[in-house]
Design a protein. Structure first.
Length: 159
């Protein structure tokens, strides 16, 4: 079998960042899949599942309610390796196109208080596995380490 594209990325030199993972065509529409890398693979500890789960609920809720991006948002969810998330938007986009939106998302998570949307037995299959304070930590870390210092180093995959 051939390796899928995401397994050909050089994870040894990959920094936290925003990367275009895929461009796909669906009918007339281009879909852009972004790799939102929150931690450095194989060097930093992976995010714990409770933080990932809380970030997933908050991130998906934020994006699907955003006044500009809600109709362009296809998917937001975690990577199995727990080093980040994938987000898919309609349109042929680049990291700098979505950086302001991700800044809003990080601020939303960082400042969130109250019940996490969908964190109930009725709405979620594992609703007790949520850690808001760690989700807030990772959102602030991503803003500080990626969004506040965007460059080719954290927007272009290493060779």
């Amino acid at each position: 079998m051939e390796k899928i594209a995401s397994f050909t990325v050089n994870h040894l030199d990959l920094l936290p960042g925003i990367y275009v993972s895929r461009l796909d065509t669906c009918g007339e529409e281009t879909l852009t899949t972004f790799d939102l890398r929150f931690t450095r693979p194989n060097l930093e500890p992976v995010m714990d599942t409770a933080a990932v789960h809380a970030l997933e609920h908050l991130g998906a809720t934020f994006l699907r309610n955003h006044p500009v991006w809600k109709d362009r948002t296809i998917y937001f969810g975690p990577m199995g390796c727990r080093t980040g998330f994938y987000v898919i938007f309609k349109g042929n986009l680049q990291p700098r196109d979505i950086a302001p939106l991700l800044g809003e998302l990080c601020d939303f998570v960082r400042d969130f208080s109250g019940e996490i949307p969908g964190a109930s037995a009725r709405d979620c299959g594992n609703y007790l596995d949520m850690n808001l304070s760690m989700a807030q930590y990772y959102a602030a870390k991503f803003r500080r380490e990626v969004l506040d210092c965007l460059s080719d180093r954290n927007t272009v995959y290493p060779q």
